[in-house]
Design a protein around this ligand. Structure first.
Ligand SMILES: [Zn+2]
Length: 198
């Protein structure tokens, strides 16, 4: 049944091809990781009007990110496609990924957030670009907030609703900057869905 992936993408254990009612009606795709690996990801159940996060940054997630982002293991974009699809498929808002630093994109050769959405079959639109290549590492929260805007919007926006997508949120500075850029360009409202709460 699961033609594309026969072994867990994370631990390589053979996947059990069990068809349940859940697989048939709730899932759009068969799983690509085993139940044991899936159980290691810890859900946040965190949703406010402004921000939804899905998982905590625990050891399992740390390992996943290392493998996905830094080893450029692009098939791993499929691991969370069910989650993202479920949250985003019926939304009328425009989905806007947080853009990567252009230098990093060059190093890593693929845009990992775009790939997550692509795997989840969620259409998106790039409306933001980075205004600086300066890294935030090593700066305090206050310093990060005081820096010049991190993003600019690529065009004037219709007064509609937008959802930002990012992989990980820690202080919220990135989201706040991206949100402001969209609002300044004419957005009616901006919320965010982030895979991992740091
Ligand atoms: Zn596994």
């Amino acid at each position: 049944m699961n033609k594309e992936v026969t072994h867990c993408l994370l631990c390589e254990r053979e996947l059990q091809q069990v068809i349940t009612w859940q697989t048939l009606f709730e899932r759009s795709w068969p799983p690509v990781i085993c139940e044991r690996c899936e159980a290691k990801f810890e859900r946040t159940h965190y949703t406010t009007e402004e921000l939804t996060t899905i998982f905590y940054y625990n050891d399992a997630m740390k390992n996943f990110l290392r493998q996905y982002k830094f080893s450029q293991d692009i098939i791993l974009a499929k691991v969370f496609r069910q989650e993202l699809n479920k949250l985003l498929r019926n939304r009328s808002e425009t989905i806007v990924p947080i853009p990567m630093n252009p230098l990093k994109k060059k190093e890593r050769t693929f845009a990992h957030i775009d790939e997550l959405l692509h795997a989840a079959e969620i259409p998106y639109e790039h409306l933001l670009e980075k205004t600086t290549t300066e890294t935030q590492v090593g700066k305090s929260k206050l310093q990060r907030q005081q820096v010049a805007p991190l993003f600019s919007c690529t065009k004037e926006l219709a007064a509609k609703h937008y959802i930002l997508i990012d992989d990980i949120v820690t202080t919220g500075t990135t989201i706040a900057h991206a949100k402001k850029a969209l609002l300044d360009a004419g957005a009616e409202s901006v919320t965010a869905i982030v895979l991992i709460k740091g």
